[in-house]
Design a protein. Structure first.
Length: 81
């Protein structure tokens, strides 16, 4: 009989081709992509991984307030002014 593990040499199976072909998590992909833009003025705010107990940035809240007073924001489809 074949022994999969011994006290001297643990068994570490090779991941299947299907597992090896799996993409890296999207959060990791976003971090890599955004790292290219960190040096730009104003930086980049990633919304890829939100933290539920953090409020949105104040600038975003102000822009939403400005947008909500415009009646055109409440129209659908081709009915924009």
């Amino acid at each position: 009989s074949r022994s999969f593990a011994t006290s001297q040499q643990p068994f570490h199976p090779t991941p299947s081709e299907r597992i090896q072909a799996t993409d890296i998590p999207c959060v990791v992909q976003m971090q890599r992509m955004l790292s290219k833009y960190k040096e730009r003025e104003g930086g980049v705010l990633s919304l890829a991984q939100g933290i539920v107990h953090w409020n949105p940035p104040q600038q975003a809240v102000e822009e939403i307030r400005k947008a909500l007073v415009d009646d055109a924001i409440h129209l659908y489809g081709i009915f924009y002014r």
